[in-house]
Design a binder for this molecule. Structure first.
Ligand code: FES
Length: 103
């Protein structure tokens, strides 16, 4: 079962076991991780699931649609991803996610 560690504002972190097939966004929303909202439910139309992932081994690369939506996000970085597009599987046993700062 994949483990997802959320680093929140450099001061807090939480590690959650998550089943294969779910997305990082759903894990975050179900766990109440602050700063990840998932407003559109994963339809790739809101960008309220923006995160940074340094090591993206095992995840699909960003699609053109994901790139377009990310460009609307504040604090875009090379490591930016929409967490609704990050599907957990045996190929992603340990994932570390940084939650962007939010107001
Ligand atoms: S949840 Fe809306 S774009 Fe990811």
């Amino acid at each position: 079962m994949p483990k997802v560690t959320f680093r929140i504002a450099d001061t807090d972190s939480r590690t959650i076991d998550a089943p294969d097939g779910t997305s990082v966004m759903l894990v975050a929303v179900q766990a109440g991780i602050p700063g990840i909202v998932g407003e559109c439910g994963g339809d790739m139309s809101c960008a309220t699931c923006h995160v940074y992932v340094e090591d993206q081994t095992g995840f699909k690369k960003r699609s053109a649609d994901e790139e377009d939506l990310l460009e609307l996000s504040d604090d875009l970085r090379e490591t930016s991803r929409l967490s609704c597009q990050l599907k957990l599987s045996a190929a992603t046993p340990e994932v570390e996610v940084e939650v962007p700062p939010h107001d």
